[in-house]
Every structure is written in structure tokens, then in C-alpha cells.
Design a protein around this ligand. Sequence first.
Ligand code: ADP
Ligand code: MG
Length: 292
Amino acid sequence: ATPTSIMVGTGRGAELGILFRQGEALQLLRDAKVVAVDKTGTLTEGRPVLTDLEVAEGFDRAQVLALIAAVEARSEHPIARAIVDAAAQQGLALPVLSGFESITGMGVRASTDGRRVEVGADRFMHSLSLNVKEFDASAQRLSSEGKSPLYAAIDGRLAAIVAVADPIKPSTPAAIAALHALGLKVAMVTGDNERTARAIAARLGIDEVVAEVLPEGKVHAIQRLKAAHGRLAFVGDGINDAPALAEADVGLAIGTGTDVAIEAADVVLMSGSLLGVPNAIALSKATIGNIR
Ligand code: ADP
Ligand code: MG
């Protein structure tokens, strides 16, 4: 590509809200084969709501919700806000907290009201030697509905299964259809539960799913997808996505995302919509293709 074609392309991109921080990204996108996409905050709104709370025998629903909300009040994870909002809506007073700890990719823990509380993924409960089998039927039902199941432990006993659902952004289905029309494969990469991820992927017609990925695992997932499909673009919004954005041939950050993601990206999508990805690829094909 000539310097002129890159200038024309990046200028046209700016008009479309597609910011090329690297001129090379415009060229590389032309022959992308696969687009890997973070789920939370990229495919979805990133604003989950609490949909279900089922307590184990001997536990009180309102009390469990107050305890887990007290712990989540200290977390910055989108899941945390869903739980805190649900407690607020029910007018629950949150007990005072001590010793808060966040375990990346797992969940959170703290002591509150004289109780030890842990909230997080099934693997977090497993790491505490807690068996979540009694909630297996619920977990399967919830996750097949595309909801994310979480668990709460109180004083070392499994106390509840909680589900949150994160609405899909209205622009997501059209963006995936446009990527398919351009001949690309679409893969989802997420830390979320496998069954939940598959339910959402099926609904969206996504070709491949890599789920239950810990933050450091996203880079490995990108390397594997690159080896399998060829040139890869990755789209993400979170702090957790920065290493994957750097590892991809082209990293695209959602403009409404975190500064860390934006800094690691080659391209910033100012609209905050995934539609910027097929637009950027189409732009690359139009400008770079024409002039050579
Ligand atoms: P993602 O947000 O893409 O799912 P994370 O690595 O942030 O990836 O989280 C992985 C999983 O760890 C979450 O899906 C959830 O099950 C659990 N988790 C993380 N933080 C929390 C939290 N504050 N409360 C409950 N569960 C959490
Ligand atoms: Mg995200």
C-alpha cells in the first residue's frame, strides 16, 4: 500500500469513528481471517443484572443477599454491581466489611457481620473444597438460558447459587452477520462459564468458543486461534484484554472501554459498537485493495 492510500483510509476511518493508532493495522485488517471477541462489555452491555438467587437448606434469602452484596460492594467487577443493585432494590442494609480480597478470575471474599463470605465461579468453590453438586440442575438450566451462575459460601458452607444475565448489545447480531458476509470466522473468548458462553454463542451464530479462560489464558487462546485460522483481529474492552489486544495481529478496543485496553490497541472504535470491526475491515479492503 502507498502512504497516500493509508492516509486516505485512516482519514475515512476517522469520519466513521474508527481511530487507527497504527497505520499498519489498516493494511493487516485486509487479510484478516478470524475475529476473536471478548464477551463481557464487547458482545454484551457489560451491565449484568441479578436474575436468580436460590439458597441452600438452612439459609435465608435476604440474609444471604445482604452478606454477598456487602462483599461485592468492594469489587469493581460488573457482576458485583448486579448483586449490589439487587440488594439495594430490596432495601437491604449492608453489614460492615473487613479483610476484602479479590481473586482474579475466581471471585471475591471478605468477612462481614462475623461471617466469612466467598462469592464466585464454580472453580472458586472447588478451590475451597466445596462441592456444588446440589445446585447442578439449577446451574445447567440457568447457563443454558445464557445466564452466568455464581456461588456463595458462608462460613465455609455452600449457601447459594446466584445467576446474572448480561444483555447482548443491540448492534452485536448485525456486526456478526457483517463479519460473516466478509468471509471471516468469529470466535468468542471469555472467562465465563462454558455452557453459558455456548448458549450465547449459539444465539449469535458465533463459530467458535473459548470459555473459562483466566486473564493470562487469553493470550494462549489468541495464539491457538491464530495458528488454526491465520491472521487474527481481537476485540476487547477490559483491563484483562490488554495482553490479548497486544498479542493479536490487530487489536481493536471498544472506545467506551478501559484506558488500559485502549492503550494496548492498534485501533479504537469510538462508537463503542462491534459494528466498527466489519466497517474497519471493509475500509481496509476498499482503500488498500484499490490502490495497489
Ligand atoms: P469475565 O469478566 O470475562 O468473565 P473475569 O476473569 O473477570 O472474566 O472473571 C471470571 C469469572 O470469575 C467470572 O465470570 C465470575 O464467575 C468470577 N468472578 C470474578 N469476579 C467476581 C466477583 N466480583 N464476584 C463474583 N464472581 C466473580
Ligand atoms: Mg470485557
